[in-house]
Design a protein around this ligand. Structure first.
Ligand code: ZN
Length: 386
């Protein structure tokens, strides 16, 4: 083994730190080369302290804590917001006071570690492709159902971020022209119909209208519709309440319709659905599969994409951010291009017989590298639509 290759191999064994920044907390973990979280740290970001400075302080603090216990190689940050195509600045974050925030430089200055920044949905999708529900798939669309819909796409084993770094905002595809008003300013966006917010809005409407159908939901919230939450409706559905089951079926229906649109545009092999609302499993994914099949263009005459629930839960973001940081660090170290030229899925696992090569100098994509070991995930939950 050449000295360069040996050095890259040694670096590849070191863990990286992944950070997931939400609206109210910073979750961090030390992640090994096989995607296992070997240490964790959390910080709250008080709601009145969402200034860039306070969040950066929090990140630096949590990195310092973990770096004191582990010889970390780099830091990856997954942030809810638009991240520029060079993975260095947050252009806009809806829940934080970040506008054109040069986060990579700011965190690097404080931690002295190499840093990459990516959108949280990209990070989560990357984790599912490398270590979770989409292992071995070359063409994957991931959607995360939370209050809205987060999305990301991996095509030909490459994470696609778009020309300006902001691809994957599937939640704002207009699916019902003139429909419900969205926070983005438009009407009828997909996330107004297939998300935790949609579920809660519809449940509230049942209770506000005094519908006898919604009596169990009204009991659960003690008559106050403002107290209705997504998990409350999901729990009632699990207990068999017909109204709650129906509400989840509606969300599933709209989810499948939107996924069929994505399948028509992108032809993925697998659609992965994650996020809190997906915890109800087949209560929602069953109707989603039915709707996907009914709406898919060319149905009956084409192979259908599988539909799976995400496998890595709410740590997917930090696992993916850590792995993206590892890849970037190794790519920069690897002057012999050992990393950048080995980019493709094992051929037997790819849906295409002719892999397409990828040059990271020409796009903002990140590619799956079979040279780094994959984790075998015992908890992998995988069901197929076919
Ligand atoms: Zn919208």
């Amino acid at each position: 083994m050449s000295p360069t290759r040996a050095r890259v191999a040694r670096l590849a064994l070191r863990p990286t730190i992944g950070i997931d920044i939400g609206g109210t907390k910073v979750a961090a973990g030390v992640v090994d080369a096989e995607g296992r979280v070997i240490d964790r740290a959390h910080r709250e970001t008080p709601s009145k302290s969402k200034s860039a400075q306070v969040v950066e302080d929090t990140i630096a603090d949590v990195v310092a804590e973990l770096a004191a216990r582990h010889h970390a190689l780099a830091v990856g940050i997954g942030a809810a917001g638009f991240v520029d195509g060079t993975q260095s600045s947050v252009l806009f974050a809806p829940h934080l006071a970040w506008r054109n925030e040069p986060l990579r430089e700011a965190v690097h200055r404080r931690t002295r570690l190499p840093v990459v920044v990516d959108n949280d949905a990209n990070a989560a999708a990357w984790a599912e492709c490398r270590f979770g529900a989409a292992q071995g798939e070359s063409h994957v669309v991931c959607v995360t159902l939370g209050t809205g819909i987060g999305g990301a796409l991996v095509l030909d084993g490459v994470l696609h971020r778009g020309r300006f770094g902001v691809a994957g905002e599937f939640g704002h595809m207009v699916i019902v022209p003139g429909g419900h008003r969205c926070e983005c300013g438009n009407r009828g966006c997909w996330e107004q119909y297939a998300s935790g917010n949609a579920l809660v809005r519809e449940a509230r409407e049942l209770v506000v209208n005094g519908s006898p159908v919604g009596h169990r939901i009204a009991e659960a919230c003690e008559g106050d519709p403002r107290r209705i939450t997504g998990p409350m409706v999901s729990e009632l559905a699990r207990e068999g309440d017909p109204a709650a089951v129906e509400l989840l079926e509606d969300v599933g229906h709209w989810l499948g319709t939107g996924l069929a649109n994505l399948a028509a545009a992108l032809d993925p092999g697998l659609l992965v659905v994650g996020g809190g609302v997906s915890d109800v499993g087949d209560l929602m994914l069953g109707p989603a599969r039915t709707s996907l099949r009914r709406t898919l263009t060319g149905r009956g005459f084409r192979p259908e994409a599988g539909l799976s629930r995400a496998a890595l839960g709410n740590e997917a973001g930090l696992i993916g951010a850590a792995d993206l940081a590892r890849r970037e660090r190794l790519r920069r170290r690897d002057r012999a291009k050992l990393v950048t030229t080995r980019l493709l899925l094992p051929r037997r696992m790819s849906t295409h017989s002719t892999p397409v090569s990828h040059n990271p100098e020409h796009t903002s994509g990140t590619a799956i590298d079979p040279g780094v070991p994959r984790r075998t995930n015992g908890n992998r939950r995988r069901t197929s639509a076919t």
